[in-house]
Write a protein that binds this ligand. Structure first.
Ligand code: FAD
Ligand code: SF4
Ligand code: SF4
Length: 680
């Protein structure tokens, strides 16, 4: 006989405002199999949990139903309370009467009736619950970090400093990411390279970090605690352990192409180091630019033919024409993804003459132009004619907060970036005129408001509230046409240079996300498992996210999030065994027909083909088998299985039909109501 206890929560006013909780508890008392039903203001509080524990023990309950908020939030809390009272934690069910009733309905009577139906449904399910135990999986004590910007660097160092091995994979020839391009950083205006370079060097020297630059993740297999990763290490055509970075080959190379690190504002040779502080500081031959390279195959890999110029130039014999891409395999327990951001291109910027006029720049280009390590060594000169700009117009929100261009969000850093640019400009050109067009100023960080006030009040930067319509060029001057929305006046401002605070957009990480089985949000950034409670976790267990890959953010937030992701990874790596939810698929192999429809729909690769052999070892048939460590319990396979021999533990047909029957008034499944009480 079932002895179910029902606990209805007021959630302060959250539920009680719309749902008559006392009436729901009264209704529950009348349900078959319910021994006790109570309501309480905050069921998740210590006294609330004690009420659950004490009642389970005093009333010898066989099941618990908590009618409260989303199970996402407090299912672990109430399962733990039930377990402490000696009940199997999977004999505790939740009815979500907050998000599903109180928060979405105006009518109190209707919301109360719906809450009662949800409670009845959960009571029916708990009667059919099976005792389940967490699945235990071993853990490989090594982490993979993808992306070597400041987020990836911080996460890798935190994990390695805690004593665990890290494989850091960076797509570019050097780590550093976008922060290495910045001149100074707001709001303190300290030199970006000076704070980043020591960390980059630390990474390269750390005995626990394997740094794989010019590399990309090719394939990810396995599951939480036990991922196996294939990494493509692209051919550099230069032996990393021999090259001393002496520069001799560069002088010999005749090919000149735009330098990506300097945002195309300077040139590099086909054989190059992206920037002087690069880590590792070894040369890379860009086979796409080399005149002696040819496409080797349709797969797009290049083959470099011998170049006599370098052969003569490199006295150390560090150049290796026979080098090929290598596929490395690494086993890791946890993965941190920190692939950063890009800047929007196309219409939002071309509307302002970007790409048409050389003196219209985006923010990262301006950073390179004013950086001491930039193409002009920090001397601010116009790209078109090398003159010092006597007036600059800065335009904020270019592309951002503009759903027409698919960027409805605020890029979060641009207001501060523009202020920094205006201040640095005024420092370099004290008689220069700086005008900022803004929609509104968002400066919520520590010291940020004061930073903006300094630009407005002390440095006489002119802030114009308004949108710019277009930018044109007459003679050697740019003309910016806009509206001052405070005075209603049309404006035409003459400028030597225009700097666009363009939207931060996700990099091309969709393919990587697919390989890692993590999702992206509507804007293409990586999705967190829960924005408030699990901000660095993903829905794929063991995969964490950090930095601008999750959404635009400044360096302090990026670094904080990277340390948070590292600590989550460490929490996993430090466990001898990992516990996973036991609500995974299971196959009744005796009746499986071996059609493998389930395997085709499983997005997690959790289903394999298992050979069934007779005593003589002859193959009899193939059946589906679920790898419990890979299965996420999504249930797709149960829908695909026509003979209905696969189900998810905790959600089998009887349990689901029992729930539905309670809501629709249909018949309950016959013959399987649980009678025994399992503990532990
Ligand atoms: P990134 O710096 O973008 O690094 C990501 C790294 O991942 C890169 O190295 C990239 O090559 C690599 N990568 C990408 N995809 C892959 C892949 N598939 N496989 C392997 N590697 C991959 N913030 C401040 O606090 N102060 C400032 O003054 C400031 N100034 C700024 C100025 C401008 C113009 C802009 C646009 C931003 C500014 N920011 C500033 C924000 C700052 O740039 C970011 O907060 C920071 O760079 C985010 O670091 P990240 O590591 O998340 O990303
Ligand atoms: Fe077996 Fe069902 Fe999978 Fe077909 S779909 S292989 S019957 S478990
Ligand atoms: Fe794959 Fe989902 Fe079925 Fe698990 S429940 S085996 S993840 S389809």
């Amino acid at each position: 006989m079932s002895r179910v206890g029902v606990f209805v929560c007021h959630c302060g006013e959250n539920i009680a405002r719309r749902v008559d909780v006392a009436a729901v508890a009264g209704f529950a008392r009348g349900l078959a199999g319910v021994t006790v039903a109570e309501d309480y203001p905050y069921m998740c509080s210590a006294p609330g949990q004690k009420l659950v524990r004490d009642t389970v023990q005093a009333q010898h309950l066989t099941g618990v139903v908590v009618a409260a908020c989303s199970p996402h939030l407090h299912e672990p809390t109430f399962r733990a309370a039930s377990a402490e009272a000696g009940l199997n934690p999977y004999f505790c069910e939740m009815a979500n009467i907050r998000e599903h009733c109180a928060w979405v309905h105006e009518d109190r009577a209707a919301a109360t009736a719906k809450a009662a139906a949800l409670v009845a449904s959960a009571v029916e399910k708990v009667k059919y619950d099976d005792p389940l135990r967490p699945i235990e999986v071993p853990v490989t004590k090594r982490a993979l970090v993808v992306g070597g910007g400041v987020a990836g660097i911080r996460a890798a160092l935190d994990i390695a400093d805690a004593g665990y091995e890290v494989v850091l994979v960076e797509r570019d020839p050097s780590i550093g990411g976008n922060m290495s391009r910045l001149s100074e950083t707001f709001p303190t205006l300290d030199c970006s390279q000076c704070i980043l370079t020591p960390l980059m060097v630390q990474v390269s020297r750390h005995p626990k970090i394997e740094l794989l630059t010019y590399s990309e993740v090719e394939e990810v297999g396995g599951y939480v605690g036990n991922f196996s990763v294939k990494i493509r290490k692209k051919a550099r055509y230069v032996k990393e352990d021999v090259c001393t970075g002496c520069d001799d080959c560069v002088a010999a190379c005749p090919v000149v192409v735009p330098n990506e690190f300097d945002m195309g504002l300077a040139w590099r040779k086909a054989i190059y180091v992206p920037f002087p502080q690069a880590v590792p500081n070894v040369y890379t031959l860009d086979a796409t630019a080399c005149v002696n390279a040819g496409l080797e195959s349709k797969r797009g890999t290049y083959r470099v033919l011998a170049c006599e110029r370098w052969a003569e130039a490199c006295t150390l014999d560090a150049i290796d024409y026979d080098m090929r891409d290598e596929i490395l395999e690494r086993e890791v327990g946890a993965i941190v993804v920190a692939t950063g951001y890009g800047l929007i291109e196309g219409k939002p910027t071309s509307d302002y003459g970007y790409g048409l006029y050389p003196d219209v720049l985006n923010g990262l280009e301006f950073e390179r132009l004013i950086s001491a390590s930039g193409p002009t060594f920090g001397e601010l000169r116009r790209p078109s004619d090398g003159k010092v700009p006597k007036s600059i117009v800065f335009i904020q929100c270019v592309g951002s907060r503009d759903p027409r261009h698919g960027v409805p969000y605020c890029s979060r850093v641009c207001c501060m970036v523009t202020t920094k640019h205006a201040l640095l400009y005024r420092e370099k050109v004290p008689d220069g005129k700086a005008t900022v067009f803004y929609i509104d100023i968002r400066a919520p960080g520590k010291g940020y408001e004061e930073f903006v006030a300094r630009a407005m009040e002390e440095e006489h930067v002119l802030y114009v509230r308004g949108k710019v319509a277009r930018v044109t060029k007459h003679g050697d001057k740019l003309h910016v046409y806009g509206v001052d929305t405070l005075s209603g006046q049309q404006l035409e401002v003459e400028a030597d240079l225009v700097v666009l605070a363009t939207a931060l957009v996700p990099p091309d990480h969709a393919e990587l996300a697919r390989k890692l089985r993590i999702s992206t949000d509507a804007n293409g950034f990586l999705s967190e498992a829960h924005p408030k409670l699990r901000p660095v976790e993903t829905l794929s267990a063991g995969v964490f996210i950090a930095g601008a890959a999750q959404g635009p953010k400044d360096i302090p937030d990026t670094v904080a999030q990277a340390s948070a992701a590292a600590s989550k990874a460490l929490e996993m790596l430090s466990q001898p065994l990992l516990e996973r939810e036991p609500t995974v698929a299971r196959v009744n192999e005796a009746v499986c027909s071996g059609c493998f429809d389930c395997q085709r729909v499983c997005a997690y690769g959790a289903i394999s083909r298992q050979e069934i052999r007779d005593r003589q070892g002859n193959l009899v048939r193939l059946v589906a088998r679920v790898n419990e460590a890979l299965c996420e319990g999504c249930g797709a396979c149960t829908a695909a299985c026509r003979p209905r021999v696969i189900d998810v533990a905790g959600f089998d047909d009887e349990q689901v039909f029992a729930q539905l029957g309670a809501i629709t008034g249909g018949p309950a499944p016959v013959g399987r109501e649980r009678v025994e009480v399992m503990t532990g």
